[in-house]
Design a protein around this ligand. Sequence first.
Ligand SMILES: [Mg+2]
Length: 263
Amino acid sequence: MPLIMITNDDGIDSPGILALREAMSSLGRTVVVAPERDNSAVSHALTMSRPLRIRQRESDIFTLDGTPTDCVVIGLGKLLDTRPDLLVSGINPGPNLGDDISYSGTVSAAIEGTMYGIPSIAFSVAGEPPYDYSMAMRVAVVLADRVLAGKLPENTLLNVNIPEGKVCRGLAITRQGRRLWENSIQETFDPWGRRHYWIGGGTPLRDHGEDTDVAALHHNLVSVTPIHLDLTNHPGLNLLRRSWDIGKMQEDIGGGRQEEAGS
Ligand SMILES: [Mg+2]
C-alpha cells in the first residue's frame, strides 16, 4: 500500500486539506503534517530563527508551528518511518497560476518534496468561496494514481489547478504563464491617521498564451503544469557565454591578478 504524505499552506484545519486526505485515503496510507496556522504566500520559507514544535492531533495527523517547507523537512526527517511514495500539497482555496507560483506555500511544499526525490503534486481550486472541493478531489485521485503508477520527469513536480465542479470541461497539460496583478496595493489609514499599505486583492492581468495554465483555467479546464526545479535559462546561458566578453570582465574585476598575487 503506498504511503502518501499530505501538507498544505492554509493550516491543518483548512477544508482543503481535509478534502485531500479523504481523497488520498482511497489510494493508500496517508500521513498529514501541516502548519498550525495559515501560511499562504510564505513561498519556500524555512524557519531557522527559532525551534519548531510538533503536536500530534491523532494517529498519522501532525501539526507544526512552522511553514509548509518546515512541515516537509520535519515530516520526512523525523515523523515518517519510511520514505513516502508521493507527497501532495493543498487543496489550496484559490488558484496558483503563472507568477503566483513563486509566492505560493502550496507549490513550495511540493518543490521541497521534489528536492528530496519524492514525486510531488500541488493542488489548487479556482472559483469563489465557499469552495466546492468535489471536482478537485476526483482530479487529485486520478492524478495521484497516475503518478504512483509511473515516474515523473526528473526534478519535476506537478502544479495542478482545478475549476470548481459544475464548470469543469476537461484537462490540459500546460506551461506556466504570466499573471501579474493590478491595483494590489491598498492604501488606507490606521486609527491614528497614519498611512499604511496592505498587499492583496486587485485584478490579475491575464496571459493570452493559449497553452498556459492561466488560459486553461479561463477555459474551465484542469491545468497540469510540469514545474522544473532548475531555474537556469539555458538558451540565456548560451547567449551570455557567446555574447559577453568574459575575458575583459575578468580583467576589470582583477580576479586573475589577485590569484597570482596569492600564489
Ligand atoms: Mg493558501
